[in-house]
Design a protein around this ligand. Structure first.
Ligand code: NAD
Length: 256
């Protein structure tokens, strides 16, 4: 379905981003990976799906590096047709104790990076009259949780940015939507499981159950593969008139 298209997925050396990149590659899209840590393993996983893959290590907190990544993607594959703004970090602390440097980093990586990549990707998508921008927000783009002020503020911002991007392009073939996962067992969440296990003197398995029970009636983690399939739907012809939604995949978290 996506043969000949190019998808750039930020923060795709791990977790949800890698899952989405694999789902899009499974549909034939060439992939530009981004993120920290080992890139060779993820590159090999994508290449094994029979598509072309490239990697750029831009730090998503830096506008100039994002610009360099977008130039690299266009020069490598001609154009970015699908942009998945996924890179993100977390820090957990009460507002009065929240380190200023962590607040600034979360706003830069989780929110401003999506603005920069979007503004740079839009002109080519508009010229082609086809494009898909998928913002990986969070259930925390829709509701709050204590001790996550920067993350909740950034993710609510991402949902707002999604709506404006969708509206400004509503008469074109360029759509923008957000994905709002509940708990997904990636390194980002495993850190919170570890903190819970340590604080309450629990095993890893017990701590996971406590985490799920607090918020997620299904008592199941959403998987990167499930989120990847949702991204594929947004890119499919059936997604042509889906514009500006914040689609939760949250095991019932926000149905309560
Ligand atoms: P993860 O830690 O597994 O992956 C994060 C990715 O972002 C990695 O590839 C990492 O290298 C990259 N990254 C971090 N800082 C970066 C920077 N400055 N520049 C470039 N890349 C950077 O986490 P994940 O759980 O897969 O999170 C991916 C996205 O999904 C995030 O936006 C997160 O907020 C969101 N999310 C996660 C969950 C969850 O339960 N795990 C739930 C809702 C939303």
């Amino acid at each position: 379905m996506l043969q000949g298209k190019t998808a750039l997925v930020t923060g795709s050396t791990s977790g949800i981003g890698l899952g989405i990149a694999k789902s899009l590659a499974g549909q034939g899209a060439n992939i530009v990976l981004n993120g920290f840590g080992d890139a060779e393993g993820p590159k090999a996983e994508i290449a094994a799906l029979g598509v072309k893959v490239a990697y750029h290590g831009a730090d998503m907190s830096k506008a100039q590096e994002i610009e360099a990544m977008m130039v690299f993607a266009a020069s490598t594959f001609g154009r970015v047709d699908i942009l998945v703004n996924n890179a993100g970090i977390q820090h957990v602390a009460r507002i009065e104790d929240f380190p200023i440097e962590r607040w600034d980093a979360i706003i830069a990586i989780n929110l401003s990076s999506a603005f920069h990549a979007t503004r740079l990707a839009l002109p080519a998508m508009q010229a082609a009259n086809w494009g898909r921008i998928i913002n990986v927000a969070s259930i925390h783009g829709l509701v709050g949780s204590a001790e996550k002020s920067a993350y909740v503020a950034a993710k609510h911002g991402v949902v707002g940015l999604t709506k404006v991007t969708a509206l400004e392009n509503a008469t074109t073939g360029v759509t923008c939507n957000a994905i709002c996962p509940g708990w997904v067992l990636t390194p980002l969440v495993q850190k919170q499981v570890d903190a819970k296990a340590q604080a309450l003197g629990l095993s890893n398995e017990e701590a996971k159950k406590v985490l799920l029970k607090e918020k997620e009636p299904s008592m199941q983690f959403t998987t990167p593969e499930e989120l990847g399939d949702l991204a594929v739907f947004f890119c499919s012809p059936a997604g042509n008139n889906v514009r500006g939604v914040a689609w939760n995949m949250d095991g019932g978290w926000t149905a309560q």
